[in-house]
Design a protein around this ligand. Structure first.
Ligand code: AMP
Length: 393
């Protein structure tokens, strides 16, 4: 895969697929600009190399043209983050777009309207992709967060360019994931949490050939505990996944992967921050109680594994961290990950909720790399080549 750093942009127009799918508040202002900032290095590189940038992105999931999801709403914030003026056209294909792109001078930036105003975008439509390609001379994909989608702007469009390359953010993401997947620095510890085990089966399967330690927490731990004959009370668990969990644990044993489940939990009567709680053995949760966080003994147990690791992947919270009463386990694990990182371990954190947890606990800057693409990161870790990356090969 060619990098933007190996591409000459002099007097060329770069059609850059960025991920400006940012949250907007009720006044249509950008609530979190981190994705815009993350695209800056590639845009700066193209401009400094004598090129012009045509930025394309989706925003939300519009059904047809939806003014509330116009990329016009993020124009001002993008100008602030990039420190330059940006021209805007209220379409992403057609004569108006082609003329504006044609008139663009080196050093200038043009942003096009939300790609998903056309349903052809998500269908990966050939004709739409061809029209989209008319705006640029070189295609650059810097939208790692949408590279697991086989959409027109992330995949099909690349086929209409002689010159195509990966943006700097996309390369950084691929590099960070590669460090985990091809890690030679053992022990490799994967910490997987979150609500449902069913959504994490493929990633756990793939990790069985990569990790030395698999640390399981969150709601998904209860299906494993149940499959080992434990009593989980009213805790969230998926009965139909029990045979799969049994197989995963057998496979881990065969592969020499150590499997760590919570020893104790914070159980609650109600799914509420104000519920009555108690610390209880993870395998002996009383009827009518539910485990909503890992307990203090488990925090120490998991910390001892994390602190001995050289490579860490963390995806998914260890409890219902959104409620303060059940955020302690996720916070403790986050702190352990940052302490291991301080000692020289490489730590990759990804997936919406783990990133939200790092932000909540003010620990975002203290891990080695935070992935901007939850779904794309998980699919990469499942061992798949993402369509947006395959299109650049
Ligand atoms: P996921 O999207 O599968 O990574 O799940 C994230 C969600 O899992 C968060 O909203 C957490 O509140 C939730 N979660 C974590 N632990 C538990 C638990 N023990 N019981 C119920 N939900 C949980």
């Amino acid at each position: 895969m060619k990098s933007a750093l190996e591409t000459s942009f002099k007097n060329k127009k770069a059609l850059i697929r960025v991920d400006f799918n940012v949250p907007l508040n009720s006044n249509f202002e950008v609530a979190d600009n981190s994705r815009i900032k993350a695209a800056k290095p590639t845009i700066d590189h193209v401009l400094n190399d004598g090129g012009a940038c045509i930025l394309i992105s989706h925003l939300g999931r519009p059904e047809g043209k939806d003014p509330s999801l116009s990329l016009k709403h993020i124009l001002r914030e993008a100008e602030k983050c990039l420190g330059r003026k940006i021209k805007f056209i209220d379409d992403c294909i057609g004569q108006k777009v082609e003329s504006a792109a044609e008139a663009l001078l080196p050093g200038e930036v043009l942003m096009l309207e939300n790609l998903r105003f056309y349903k052809q975008e998500v269908l990966g439509d050939e004709l739409f992709s061809q029209k989209l390609s008319k705006a640029g001379d070189v295609y650059v994909n810097d939208a790692f967060g949408t590279s697991h989608r086989n959409h027109a702007s992330t995949s099909t469009v690349a086929g209409f360019f002689n010159e195509k390359c990966a943006g700097l953010l996309l390369l950084k993401e691929v590099d960070a994931i590669g460090k985990v997947l091809k890690s030679k620095t053992s022990p490799v510890t994967a910490i997987i949490g979150g609500a449902k085990v069913s959504s994490k089966i493929p990633i756990i399967k793939n990790l069985l050939s990569i990790a030395d330690n698999l640390v399981i927490g969150g709601g998904m731990a209860y299906t494993f505990i149940k499959s080992k004959g434990g009593e989980v009370g009213k805790s969230i668990y998926e009965p139909e996944m029990i045979p799969i969990c049994e197989d995963l644990m057998l496979e881990a044993k065969k592969n020499g992967v150590s499997f760590f489940l919570p020893k104790d939990v914070i159980a609650a009567k109600e799914f509420s921050n104000n519920s009555k709680t108690k610390v209880i053995g993870a395998h002996n949760i009383d009827e009518n109680w539910m485990g909503l966080d890992i307990g203090p003994e488990t925090e120490k147990y998991f910390a001892s594994i994390i602190l001995k690791s050289q490579t860490i992947l963390w995806n998914g919270p260890l409890g219902v961290f959104e409620m303060d009463a059940f955020s302690g386990g996720t916070r403790a694990v986050a702190i352990s990950v940052t302490e291991a990182t301080k000692k020289g371990c490489f730590s990759l954190v990804g997936g919406g909720d783990s990133v939200a947890a790092l932000i909540k606990f003010n620990l975002f800057e203290k891990v080695s790399y935070v992935s901007t693409g939850g779904g794309a990161m998980l699919e990469s870790l499942e061992g798949n080549t993402l369509p947006g990356i395959a299109a650049l090969l």
